[in-house]
Design a protein around this ligand. Structure first.
Ligand code: ADP
Length: 210
């Protein structure tokens, strides 16, 4: 369980650019939560705080019963590395490396067997030894998800994963994210793509901060 209680965050030298104000949300295992809202409403900021990548200015982040803000940043980093899989906005794969090599980069001590198993989970086992530059956009996005899954995270956070994909590829990515939630993980996706709606279990709508 990950809970954000009244979290706020501003950017700028003296915190003059509010990005997120007094926001509370509870993410539970088995949920696939869609964070929606216009551009600039704080979706990525909320995702970053929940994924323990960003620190809020105020409020509490509680991760499996533990107040994370009370911890030092090294403890937060350790918790994120162990428990959180992050699927970045644009696929950051190495095109000349194979799918399994890309997945193996996610962990310090990783094996080909684990990488192929993560690729199997996203339906790409047979593409494990293909260079990622030869895969379609949808397949590449699924390799990114496999990379996030390689450490068997309790929670997966995805930022605008499939806005640029065609309907068929977007659907396969959303179906996969839903299956990961059905397996008992927390899955949170920030997106302005309404095609995701049919696959999520709940939605959090952010409003423009200004
Ligand atoms: P969204 O994902 O909904 O587009 P963001 O969380 O990216 O929203 O941004 C919320 C607000 O915070 C925007 O006004 C954005 O310009 C600002 N912002 C986001 N990241 C930074 C940053 N690193 N430095 C300064 N301002 C930022």
């Amino acid at each position: 369980m990950i809970e954000l209680r009244n979290v706020s965050k501003s950017y700028g030298r003296s915190g003059t650019m509010p990005a997120l104000a007094q926001t509370s949300v509870l993410f539970e295992r088995g949920q696939f939560v869609w964070i929606s809202g216009p551009s600039g409403s704080g979706k990525s900021t909320l995702l970053g705080i929940g994924a323990l990548l960003l620190r809020s200015d105020s409020g509490d982040v509680i991760f499996d019963g533990k107040k994370v803000d009370a911890e030092g940043s090294s403890e937060r980093d350790r918790l994120r590395r162990r428990s959180v899989g992050i699927v970045p906005q644009s696929s950051r794969l190495f095109p000349e490396l194979t799918a399994s090599q890309n997945v193996m980069l996610a962990r310090r001590r990783s094996s080909v067997v684990d990488a192929v198993s993560a690729l199997d989970r996203v339906g790409l086992g047979e593409f494990a030894h293909r260079k990622t530059k030869t895969l379609s956009g949808g397949q590449q996005q699924r390799v990114s998800i496999a990379r996030a899954l390689a450490k068997k995270p309790a929670a997966v956070f995805a930022d605008e994963v499939s806005s640029s994909l065609d309907d068929q590829n977007a659907e396969s990515v959303y179906r996969l994210l839903r299956a990961l939630a059905d397996d008992g993980r927390i899955v949170v996706a920030a997106s302005h793509d309404h095609r995701i709606e049919a696959f999520v279990t709940s939605r959090l709508m952010l409003e423009s901060a200004t």
